[in-house]
Write a protein that binds this ligand. Structure first.
Ligand code: PXP
Length: 251
């Protein structure tokens, strides 16, 4: 009998709860309260991106999440020295380095790991020594996964944006194959494999069915659904889709 696949974890990204708060410069809605609802809906971790322009999440949000939430916090960030120092002091369970451009609406691509290796290496070492697991957000490309692994990180997060955005069946299949291949490669190098970006309630299934992937980080689709059904239910629905896919129920 084939061994059952391990369960897959859901990281709920609550950045856009803070986006709503910042739109009116109010104190609500509170991303920490949102994280508590996501926890009740089955979230396994909470992800936030502390951007250089602080357009949504702020240091105070991260501090409260790390101190008050009974879930691991995954902090997405650039190599900005002020933010690196903050991460080192606050010690989230995990940080994930992502590229960042001020003008972008959201993270656009994976890190250029080979280009940035000399800058990444000391920072990865520093945060690892502080007891923080370090992940790099990478495009599903063999050379980038291999370069990331050489830096001594804990995990790669594979960028699923190109897959999620592809509209025709041929490019979807091609991009899914690239994700599967990169996930196998990362696993064979001993890395934990996470994935995320742009996934919604439909596109999540085939990615969740890739056996090497152990965590999916999803934000926009869940927070958008929450407007209609609440965050607890929106999280539960996403977790169910992922679980069904893991059990072989890809539609
Ligand atoms: N993973 C990473 C590295 C990201 O930068 C983001 C967006 O902040 C996500 C996952 C979540 O993407 P989405 O909001 O499109 O689900």
């Amino acid at each position: 009998m084939a061994a059952a696949l391990p369960m897959i974890r859901l990281g709920v990204n609550v950045d856009h709860v803070a986006t709503l708060r910042e739109a009116r410069q109010t104190v609500y809605p509170d991303p920490v309260a949102a994280a508590c609802l996501a926890l009740r809906g089955g979230a396994d971790n909470i992800t936030v991106h502390l951007r250089e322009d602080r357009r949504h999440i702020r240091e105070s949000d991260v501090t409260r999440l790390v101190r008050e939430l009974p879930l691991p916090v995954n902090l997405e960030m650039s190599l900005n020295p002020v933010i690196v120092e903050f991460a080192e002091s606050i010690r989230p369970a995990e940080v994930c380095f992502v590229p960042e451009r001020r003008a972008e609406r959201t993270t656009e691509s994976g890190l250029a790991v080979r280009l940035l290796a000399d800058r990444l290496f000391p920072v990865v070492q520093r945060l690892s020594e502080a007891g923080i697991r370090v992940a790099l957000f990478v495009d599903p490309v063999d050379d980038e996964v291999a370069a990331a692994s050489a830096l001594g990180i804990h995990a790669v997060e594979l960028h699923t944006g190109a897959y999620a955005e592809s509209r025709d069946a041929a490019s979807r299949a091609h991009r899914l194959e690239r994700l599967s291949t990169a996930a196998r490669r990362a696993r064979s190098l001993g890395l934990a494999v996470h994935a995320g970006h742009g996934l919604d309630y439909d596109s999540v299934a085939r990615v969740a069915a890739i056996p090497e992937i152990e965590t999916l980080n999803i934000g926009h689709a869940i927070v958008s659904r929450a407007v209609f059904v609440g965050l607890e239910e929106a999280t539960r629905l996403m977790k169910e889709r992922m679980r069904d896919a893991r059990r072989g129920g890809v539609p």
